[in-house]
Design a protein around this ligand. Structure first.
Ligand SMILES: [Mg+2]
Length: 362
């Protein structure tokens, strides 16, 4: 089976409610869809969202990177030689992690369809059932409390609270939600780089003193401040997770060798796809560190690829694939099955995606 063409389309899907973090706000997912066709007519699907604030990728750069560099580098290659395809894909252009991820997952979709197996089985086949948390956007404490209670009412057992804008207010946000949620709900915090190291240490210690029982704190400080991350890690007892600090396998080695974090958050859009994500999972496992699989504001196309990866690997112990629930519509046919708060990968070949409604020309 040879890769014959790489076509690009776009989707536009409104969110139920604006997604707000210390870094950005999103109202509508305006994402690029990759439709990769093999010489026997089989189709593989991929997706990249424009997450300029984190990856630097916009829809314009995603489109041009695929058209000018990635597609020409892999067109005509035999899917059975997966390592050659991935070698060329990853070296086709510097950076551009989201367009690489979109093409990487379309290749994996074709590859697993070629062998007639669901992707998760070919990658390791550890489980089929994933439980996701739900993100609560950063807002006034009272609004966040209402959103948290609504999420618990829907059946979620873990909430990821966005913090990192004004640490006094952050204390109030978390305190109010812990009070309303009771002791059995897991609370994860994500500061999205919003604190300085000193502010992070002070704030996290206050969470600890108040007994707010935080499962972990994600990305307290600036992405490239590895020393700051280590300082926070060394001065609090809560577990610290790297997100924006950890893009590549090399970042994972550096952070884990420094003992700067306790957990890492892998996102396909940061690490340029499944090929590199597998390396990161292996590095983390070697260091005895567990991974979470997270996402950007993505539709069920790339979320299904992420779900197959998470299902495949024992060392991916948490998933934060809630974009599927934040979106108001689901135009994707097939893919994972959703039963809040669980996602199940299916045994259909590849990603199991059979079509996408409302695809628009670029
Ligand atoms: Mg994060």
């Amino acid at each position: 089976m040879k890769i014959e063409s790489v076509e690009l389309k776009r989707v536009s899907i409104p969110l139920k409610k604006p997604f707000k973090t210390a870094l950005r706000r999103v109202d509508t997912a305006e994402n690029i869809i990759v439709v990769m066709t093999a010489d026997d007519g089989t189709r593989g699907y991929g997706e990249a969202p424009p997450t300029a604030a984190i990856t630097g990728d916009t829809n314009e750069t995603i489109t041009s990177a695929i058209k000018e560099f990635i597609a020409p580098a892999i067109t005509g290659l035999d899917i059975e030689n997966l390592d050659e395809v991935m070698y060329r894909l990853q070296r086709s252009v510097e950076g551009n992690t989201s367009p690489k991820a979109a093409c990487d997952m379309a290749v994996y979709d074709l590859w697993s369809k070629h062998y007639g197996q669901p992707l998760y089985k070919l990658l390791g086949g550890y489980r089929k059932d994933l439980e996701t948390d739900l993100t609560i956007s950063i807002n006034e404490p009272e609004e966040m409390r209402r959103d948290a209670l609504a999420a618990i009412g829907q059946g979620f057992h873990a909430l990821k609270l966005k913090v990192g804008i004004d640490s006094d207010l952050d204390i109030e946000r978390v305190r109010t939600i812990r009070e309303a949620a009771g002791p059995d709900i897991k609370l994860r915090l994500d500061a999205n780089q919003g604190w300085t190291p000193e502010e992070a240490i002070r704030t996290i210690r206050r969470f600890e003193d108040l007994g707010l029982d935080i499962e972990f704190v994600e990305q307290p400080v600036k992405a490239r401040d590895f020393a700051g991350l280590k300082k926070v890690h060394d001065n609090v007892s809560s577990r610290i997770m790297a997100d924006e600090s950890m893009f590549s396998p090399a970042d994972a080695i550096e952070l884990l060798h420094m003992e700067a974090v306790d957990l890492i958050n892998i996102k396909l859009m940061k690490c340029a796809g499944i090929h590199n994500a597998l390396k990161i999972v292996g590095i983390a496992e070697t260091y005895g560190v567990e991974c979470m699989l997270g996402c950007m504001i993505e539709s069920k196309v790339s979320l299904t690829a992420a779900a197959h990866l998470a299902a495949a690997k024992k060392n991916i112990t948490r998933v934060d694939l809630d974009a599927a629930i934040l979106l108001a519509e689901d135009p994707v046919k097939g893919g994972f099955k959703k039963e809040i708060p669980h996602f199940f990968v299916t045994d259909a070949p590849g990603l199991g995606i059979t079509g996408i409604e409302g695809l628009m020309e670029l």
